[in-house]
Design a protein around this ligand. Sequence first.
Ligand code: 2P0
Length: 342
Amino acid sequence: MFREPAGRPARALKGNHVKATAKAHPNIALVKYWGKRNERLILPHQSSLSVTLGPLSVTTSVEFTGERGDDDVRINGKDAQGSERSRVVELLGLVRKEHGGKLGAARMVSAGDFPAAAGLASSAAAFAALAVAARTAAGFDRDTKAESILARRGSGSASRSVQGGFVRWNRGKRPDGRDSFGEQLFDAKHWPELRMLVGMVSREEKEVKSRDGMRGTVETSPYYPAWAKDAEAEVKRIIPFIKRRDLEAVGAIAEKNAWRMHATAFAADPPLCYLKPETLAVIQTCRELRAKGLGVWFTLDAGPNPVLLTSAKDEAKVVKVLEQHGAREVVRCHPGGDAVLV
Ligand code: 2P0
């Protein structure tokens, strides 16, 4: 049977005008990514592992017009500006380069169903959906590895949102990044009763973006090498506990890893602190609830909103407690599925 040479579109473009729409979920890391060894290619110093957050999603359409001109980039109903726009244009450029033909300018429209400023890694879902939609619009067949590598170039954590369930982003060793991509270890059906409850204690935009925060940490925190080594080991340690659906062990590793990421960032110069007083209040409450027998653990990304890990049976109690302790809203999530074409 005739096979297309590697790297070429698997099906011919219909004329010069193809459109595709994809939907992807954000994710929350149980073992975090914090620091790049290559800024341009977005290659991490360590592997990381996350769970995909259903039902939240971003839906993105890409249409290559075959015409000259600038890309049209609309995000959440507005024309994208500045770095938000340039990161999308750069990713579309990578697809044009891989394709090698005359795809022309793109029309891209993207919208999420959750607040972008909530610190919920909307960029992960956005770039995963963009990578799947853009490659498909360019005529490539679905290929989760290639899509994850492309999504990674938009935002590191997006490499973990192409597939659903529990995904490890492999650090890789190659300088070109071809071995640094997200790989599904268990799908969403493996642990449907797991809950990730996002306690919205603040809706303010964070002062230091993740990208700048992790760069400052790599460059100035004396704890950085220890962080990277420890996180790599924790990725290996957590997998058998996820396999056994052992919430206590998974929660304990997630909490420890979140503290260590933030401790490494506190030690940067200037110091970096994403926690607010309300964040600490929720974390403290988690501890008290555990002492009373409730199975609940926290994790925290580069923002003030803690994400509580619990099970479906304790969900209602944990939501109530979050609301009593300063969370203005609680976003309830469960393991979500793969990025899909719609
Ligand atoms: C993570 N975070 O593993 C970690 C934990 C935040 C804290 O990935 O610079 O938006 O685009 O690669 O992926 C957020 O950083 O950063 C992030 P870039 P990204 O989820």
